[in-house]
Design a protein around this ligand. Structure first.
Ligand SMILES: *[C@@H]1O[C@H](CO)[C@@H](O)[C@H](O)[C@H]1NC(C)=O
Ligand SMILES: *[C@@H]1O[C@H](CO)[C@@H](O)[C@H](O)[C@H]1NC(C)=O
Ligand SMILES: *[C@@H]1O[C@H](CO)[C@@H](O)[C@H](O)[C@H]1NC(C)=O
Ligand SMILES: *[C@@H]1O[C@H](CO)[C@@H](O)[C@H](O)[C@H]1NC(C)=O
Ligand SMILES: *[C@@H]1O[C@H](CO)[C@@H](O)[C@H](O)[C@H]1NC(C)=O
Ligand SMILES: *[C@@H]1O[C@H](CO)[C@@H](O)[C@H](O)[C@H]1NC(C)=O
Length: 639
């Protein structure tokens, strides 16, 4: 889960087209409306979970291993050390499960700067975790972006939000980062957040509301944030988090699931992406501040009637189903019986019993209370859930997010991949951390639910499925940020001449309902669907982009996404733009790399834009296909 490319692109586009950076042209006003000069923009990247490098801040002598940890050594992620000295490495990674302090022998801290997020494990292959933002940085350099225009804001992704502020003053520093960028370059920033980086940004916006005077809050936002690109945001959480908590998620690292579980469960952030119900909210922090009776620790978690009329808290199915083996004595698992109104007689008779828990019951702690006598980690989880989430003084992150008051919001995610939405667990008979086994998994896939064996399952599937990590209902929650009428466009992701573009203008959108376009799909084409609203909020724009089959982690490396961001930002900044959003009518090549040899036609593809132009050093035909006109000329087609 990483993420933050958009900024680069956007910023890079501007620079490309803007006159070279110079001291002149300072005439524009700083405040309020941002107009024109793209060279003033900065891009701020907020990476996702586990996407920031952590370095040792201690000297740790590892017995039986030739490799010790010295200050500034990579901890996350150095797979050589991980392999040769797991226990030593764990000491540097794990935190105290309650107070989130470091091991007395080894502490780690997040690295800073862009290099902290470009590659996690340079030189070694660790599957999805190796290269993160590297491609993006390459794009930026290619398009001549200035080094100080792109700012990464890495953070210690092991901490809960309040601990990020308490230990590292992270949100304080983030505010200063925006203010510094504004001062240095004279314009606002574009925020690019990926995956859990969106949760971090949400918390920042709430924290800021309490940090600065209420009257200046909107002014600060308008002045410092031009656009927010939310990529792969788990807006209602993700069931994978529950899996990580109960049985471990190795992220492809060479550790056992039990070890991964032990480590993950020592992090306060392990709960940040728990699935929750869109129908339940905590009372407003403002009202709490002004009401003398309610104090910290007494925030009510209230659900509306839909929660109890609908099944599964609005999710496709129950998040978790636990099978209890046959038991004779009721006392064996008193917590099961206490917490649920099930019939004890079932258990007496020696039949296995199954208990199911919706997203609400996961997020409000019912599930963990129920298994408390059965799982030693429950106590820690319930403590963290109450302390760092439900009773957080700034925000309960396990509540649905309304559209933040930012000028331009683009919510971007992949759809229609097979995504886990529910689990069946049973006790394995082994001790913690290996005490659960997964007996079945429920997947959503293009509007249907399946079990692991491939059988169709009943439930409440959405119109589409998620991005392999986050389910569709959670990703698409931001469709609620659109107004009551929406313009929808569906176009192929690849370069196209406009013959397969469908547009529906002013489609009615019921609040709280999904918007499902009545459009066709040809089976072999991957589409991108744009939902756009520039009307419902004066001066503000909201858009949702769905990319067929884009994967949660790889979406930040997708050249289609980079192209779209680039074009949109280029359009937005252009003084002669004719529409609110960039046209979708055609998509042609923009860079020499986009030109390729068409073997069928024995010429360069896109003959109106690309030509055969051999340069010394070209090794194959496709390399000699080059743009006829400069990128800048081509971009004029997208005003
Ligand atoms: C955190 O917990 C550990 C272990 O329980 C304890 O040794 C340490 O003193 C605690 N630190 C703080 C700051 O409370
Ligand atoms: C909820 O589930 C029950 C039992 O599976 C079913 O009878 C009922 O119709 C469902 N309700 C809704 C609103 O889907
Ligand atoms: C529990 O068992 C009793 C008697 O067998 C039965 O009347 C009741 O409906 C059962 N309750 C549930 C929730 O199954
Ligand atoms: C979808 O569009 C087709 C033609 O464009 C129309 O005939 C059909 O009624 C529409 N369906 C819905 C559900 O709007
Ligand atoms: C939809 O597009 C039309 C034509 O471009 C525009 O006038 C209208 O404002 C757009 N509607 C919304 C909700 O943005
Ligand atoms: C290329 O540039 C020339 C001159 O600037 C212009 O006339 C022509 O339309 C451009 N072609 C494309 C495909 O942009």
């Amino acid at each position: 889960m990483r993420g933050c490319h958009v900024t680069f692109l956007a910023a890079s586009l501007f620079l490309l087209l803007a006159p070279p950076v110079h001291g002149g042209g300072q005439g524009g006003s700083d405040g309020g409306e941002f107009s024109g000069d793209q060279s003033k923009l900065s891009g701020i990247i907020i990476p996702g979970f586990a996407s920031t490098q952590l370095r040792a801040w201690s000297i740790l002598d590892c017995p039986y291993s030739p490799l010790d940890f010295n200050p500034l050594d990579l901890v996350w992620l150095d797979s050589t050390k991980l392999l040769s000295a797991v226990n030593c490495w764990l000491k540097c990674m794990m935190l105290d499960p309650y107070n989130q302090t470091d091991d007395p022998q080894c502490k780690s801290r997040p690295d800073s700067g862009l290099s902290a997020i470009t590659e996690l494990d340079p030189g070694y292959i660790t599957g999805p975790l190796s290269s993160v933002w590297k491609d993006w940085v390459k794009w930026c350099i290619e398009f001549g972006i200035e080094a100080n225009a792109i700012i990464a804001v890495p953070y210690d992704w092991r901490l809960s939000p309040s601990k990020l502020e308490e230990r590292d003053l992270y949100f304080h520093k983030l505010k200063l980062t925006f203010e510094t960028a504004h001062k240095l370059r004279g314009g606002p920033s574009i925020v690019f957040a990926h995956s859990m980086g969106n949760n971090v940004f949400r918390y920042f916006l709430e924290w800021l509301k309490l940090e600065i005077a209420p009257k200046t809050y909107i002014k600060w936002l308008d002045e410092h944030i031009h656009a927010y690109f939310a990529v792969g945001a788990p807006l209602l959480g993700s069931p994978e988090t529950v899996k990580g908590t109960l049985s471990g998620n190795t992220f492809g690292l060479p550790v056992s699931e039990g070890t991964a579980r032990l480590m993950f469960n020592s992090f306060g952030s392990s709960i940040w992406m728990m699935p929750f119900s869109k129908h339940c909210r905590t009372e407003n922090v403002y009202s709490k501040h002004f009401s003398p009776t309610s104090k910290r620790g007494n925030l009510a978690y209230l659900c509306d009637e839909h929660e109890f009329q609908e099944n599964y808290s609005g999710w496709p199915t129950n998040i978790i189903n636990i099978e209890i083996p046959s038991v004779r004595e009721d006392e064996a698992y008193p917590s099961f019986i206490g917490a649920t109104k099930m019939n004890v007689s079932d258990m007496d008779c020696g039949f296995p019993t199954q208990l199911s828990f919706s997203a609400r019951e996961v997020a409000d702690g019912t599930f963990f209370r129920t298994i408390a006598n059965y799982d030693p980690d429950s106590k820690r989880l319930l403590y963290q859930l109450a302390e760092s989430y439900h009773d957080d003084p700034v925000l309960n992150p396990l509540t649905p997010w309304d559209r933040p008051p930012l000028k331009n919001i683009f919510c971007i995610y992949g759809t229609d991949s097979k995504t886990e939405v529910g689990y069946y667990f049973a006790p394995s008979g082994k001790p913690y951390p290996d005490n659960w086994i997964i007996t079945d998994v429920i997947y959503e896939m293009e509007g249907s639910l399946y079990s692991r064996s491939g059988n169709l399952v009943e439930g409440n599937p959405g119109a589409a499925s998620g991005d392999e990590t986050v389910p569709y209902n959670s990703l698409s929650w931001c469709k609620n940020w659109l107004g009551s009428t929406v313009n929808i466009t569906r176009a192929p992701q690849s370069e196209h001449d406009g013959s397969d573009v469908q547009v529906h203008l002013n489609v009615e959108h019921e609040p709280e309902m999904d918007i499902i376009p009545n459009m066709t799909r040809s089976p072999r084409v991957k589409y991108m669907t744009y939902y756009e609203d520039s009307e419902s909020l004066p001066g503000k724009r909201t858009a949702v982009w769905e990319l067929d089959k884009a994967n949660h982690r790889n979406i930040v490396r997708s050249s289609v996404l980079m192209r779209e961001l680039w074009l949109e930002m280029w359009h937005d900044i252009h003084p002669d733009k004719k529409s609110k959003f960039v046209t979708k009518a055609t998509r042609g090549p923009l860079r020499d790399e986009d030109c390729y040899w068409d073997y069928g036609k024995a010429r360069c593809a896109w003959p109106e834009h690309c030509e055969y132009r051999y340069l010394f050093g070209d090794v194959h035909l496709g390399q000699s296909c080059r743009l006829k006109n400069s990128s800048a000329d081509l971009l004029l087609h997208y005003v």
